[in-house]
Structures are given as C-alpha cells and as structure tokens.
Design a protein around this ligand. Structure first.
Ligand code: HEC
Ligand code: HEC
Length: 353
C-alpha cells in the first residue's frame, strides 16, 4: 500500500544527485555541513576513520539495541555523534531527545556466512538521520558491490541482489530493498507524524552495561537512578526473559513505531508498544477494523491459545506486500520472531466470544 514498487524498478546502485544534494564544492575531503543539504558521499561526514571496516571516528560512538528491528537477516551497526558539549537527553519511555547537530548512522550488511559471526560481510547501505533546526532529515548511502570504501546517496532507493549462507548452512538470496527518501518517514514518525529517532530508548539500550557506558561517556545525560531503568530484553535469547517479555519486546521494536496511540497505524486500534497493558489494544479478541484480504478470514488479531486463528500471525508470517506486517522494510519472514509470537499466543489463557 505504500508503493515500495516505485523503488523496485531501480535495480542495482542508483544515485540521483540533484540540486538538493551538496557536492561539497568538488573537494572530497571538505566536511559536510550537518545544517545543510545531505552530501553526495558518505565519507564527507567523516563519521568513520575507515569506512571499509566501519571503524568510527574518535567522536563517534557505536551502540546496539537489545532487540533490533528485523531487516531481512541483515546485520546492523549503529553509531551516534553528538555535537561537542551536548548529549542525548533521557526520557523514561520515549526516544532520547537529541540536540541539533546530532548524526545517527546505521549500516546494513550481510554476513557472507552467518555461522561465522566475525567473518566477512557485504555492506549494503548506511542510513543517516541528521538533527537540524527544523527537525530530522535522512537518507541512505549505498555501497557498490565489491567496494566498501565509499557509499553514495540514493534518494530514489535501490535494490540489491544479495546472497548469504544462513544459520542452517543453506544458501539464501534476497532482492534487498534500500528505501527511498520518502519512505523514511513512513516508519520514523512514531508520534504525531513527526520524524524522530526510533531506537535510542532506555528499554532498548539497557542491556549488557551499555546504558552505563553511554552515560559514562557523557553521550546520555539526565538518567534517573539505575534501579528505576526499564530492563532491556534480548527477544531471541531465552535466557533474557519469559516468552511473554520477549514477545512483547519483539512487537515493541518491530511494530510499535506505527502501532501506538499516536502512530501511523493508530486508526487500527492495535497498540503494541511495551507500555500497553489493555488486552483489547494488544489485539486480544480484537476484531479487525477492515475485514479484507489483510485479515485472512480470521476474526481477531489474537485468539488466546490459537495462533493459527490469529490475524497477527497471518500478517507477520506473510511476505505479500498488501498483507505482511510490517508492510515495508522486509521481504522475508523473521522465522525466529514469528515462532516467539506464536509461542506467546499459544500460552495465553481464555477464549474469544
Ligand atoms: C520499516 C520501517 C523503517 C524504514 C522504512 C526506515 N527505518 Fe530507520 N529505523 C527503523 C527502526 C524500527 C529503527 C530502530 C531499530 C533498529 O535500529 O533496529 C530504525 C533506526 C534507524 C537509524 C538509527 C537511529 C534510530 O532512529 O534508531 C537510522 C539512522 C535510520 N533508521 C535511518 C533511516 C533512514 C534514513 C531511512 C530512509 C532512507 C529509514 N531509516 C527507513 C525503521 C525504519
Ligand atoms: C510502517 C507502519 C506499520 C508497521 C511497522 C506495522 N504495521 Fe500493522 N498496520 C499498519 C497499518 C497502516 C494498518 C492498517 C491498514 C491495514 O490493515 O493494512 C495496520 C494493520 C495491522 C493489523 C490489522 C489491525 C486491525 O485490527 O484492523 C494487524 C494485525 C497488524 N497491523 C499487525 C502488525 C504487527 C504484528 C506488526 C509488527 C510485526 C505491524 N503490524 C507493524 C502499519 C504498520
């Protein structure tokens, strides 16, 4: 429904460098002005000492989320640069507030062989979000195949034919989609249609000592006492929490940026953020707003104990563009995430009328 098809026509590396793109005066080494239009080349931001190895510059801090958004089995590396003498301001449940001049980067790559975590990777794209006076701007920089040393702004998006060896040793392929510039806001407007960061929240960062580390570095300020911090849950790690806690963490990061009371999917009445406690809002015995193809003929978003009668499973196990959820950002099913939500729905007591 959101016209991903328009970017699918562009196969391979596409870089449309129009008048809105700063070419940095022809001097490749001139730093890109974060207050200006997006520069044509990723290297102009000087975020990395070595782009090919993704070695961050000294003022750039890597961070990870306890549970990431599923992005077709890509590996994602995240980095933040806050301007000197400033920081991300703590918020209890919303994303941390970033000062003007902040740049956040996320690089997507495929491991050549997922069974070798430290092995070679094929970088696909680095997405940037830049905080300007008027709000966030963003775009994606695409790496040409075989050359990770520079990436070029791809305003119209791109499609990359990717392949890798999966966890089970089989060869997998994906027509990986780099979103176009307009699609960023179809996900990044979590509240009230305003583009913002999505990941850097207390509950996503509070794992493996990371939040303490960011506070120590001065990247995050204003935190309350640690005992009050929400726990970060690794959805895919059974040791990290109960099935319910892990399923809720998975739904929170994969769905709640649209499915919340102030989000793009607010009219669905399905609210999947971590703070949501009302069974009906979570989808339990909730009939669909529109019974159509997207409901798969099923009566409720979640039927307790019955994943195969639940619209939620139908949509998150589908790869069809007008059925699948999330509706953009993936071609493939997150098999492990779907199994987790299935286990959670199976464990729910009760029944629907
Ligand atoms: C399918 C929805 C979706 C689309 C489309 C999307 N993003 Fe994101 N993005 C997310 C989510 C969710 C996160 C946080 C979770 C994660 O990083 O795994 C995120 C994280 C990021 C981050 C790290 C900072 C943060 O907000 O957490 C950057 C930078 C980013 N996106 C840039 C972009 C840009 C630029 C575009 C458009 C070219 C884009 N994204 C399109 C969903 C999306
Ligand atoms: C990019 C925004 C976006 C994301 C992310 C997203 N959805 Fe949706 N979702 C929508 C929109 C818009 C609708 C209403 C239109 C429709 O049904 O297609 C919807 C509708 C639904 C419905 C039908 C709701 C009803 O009761 O009518 C279900 C179920 C659903 N989504 C589940 C999910 C799940 C589960 C996830 C995460 C795995 C998810 N969605 C992620 C935008 C999103």
């Amino acid at each position: 429904m959101h016209g991903l098809g328009s970017s699918l026509g562009l196969v391979g590396l596409v870089a449309l460098v129009g008048p809105l793109v700063a070419a940095c005066g022809g001097d490749a080494d001139a730093p890109c002005d974060p207050a200006g239009p997006m520069c044509a080349h990723l290297s102009s931001y000087h975020l990395f000492d070595d782009l090919a190895t993704q070695t961050p510059a000294s003022d750039v801090v890597p961070y990870a989320l306890a549970t990431p958004l599923f992005s077709d089995y890509t590996t994602k590396d995240r980095f933040v640069r806050v301007p000197p003498e400033s920081s991300l301001a703590w918020q209890d449940t919303d994303v941390f507030r970033a000062p003007v001049g902040t740049i956040v980067a996320k690089t997507f790559s495929y491991k050549v062989d997922r069974r070798e975590p430290a092995g070679a990777r094929r970088p696909l794209e680095t997405r940037l979000l830049i905080r300007q006076d008027a709000g966030w701007i963003g775009g994606s920089y695409v790496y040409p195949e075989g050359d990770p040393s520079e990436a070029t702004l791809a305003i119209a998006g791109a499609m990359v034919d990717a392949h890798w060896i999966h966890d089970d040793g089989t060869e997998r392929t994906n027509a990986y989609v780099v979103p176009n510039k307009n699609q960023c806001k179809e996900c990044h407007a979590e509240h009230d249609e305003i583009v913002d960061l999505l990941g850097p929240k207390a509950r996503n960062l509070n794992a493996d000592g990371q939040l303490e580390h960011l506070i120590e570095l001065g990247v995050v300020t204003g935190a309350p006492p640690p005992a009050t911090w929400p726990a970060g849950i690794h959805a895919y790690d059974p040791a990290s929490g109960t099935v319910e806690q892990r399923a809720r963490a998975w739904l929170d990061i994969n769905c709640a940026f649209c499915h919340n009371a102030r989000g793009i999917a607010r009219t669905s009445g399905l609210y999947l953020d971590a703070m949501q406690m009302t069974p009906l809002s979570l989808g339990i015995c909730k009939p669909p707003v529109a019974a159509g193809r997207g409901s798969g003929g099923r009566a409720y978003a979640i039927v307790p104990g019955q994943p195969d009668a639940s619209i939620m499973m139908f949509r998150l196990e589908s790869i069809e563009p007008d059925i699948r959820m999330p509706e953009l950002g993936r071609n493939l099913v997150d098999a492990e995430g779907a199994a987790l939500v299935r286990a959670w729905i199976s464990s729910l007591p009760g029944s629907c009328p």
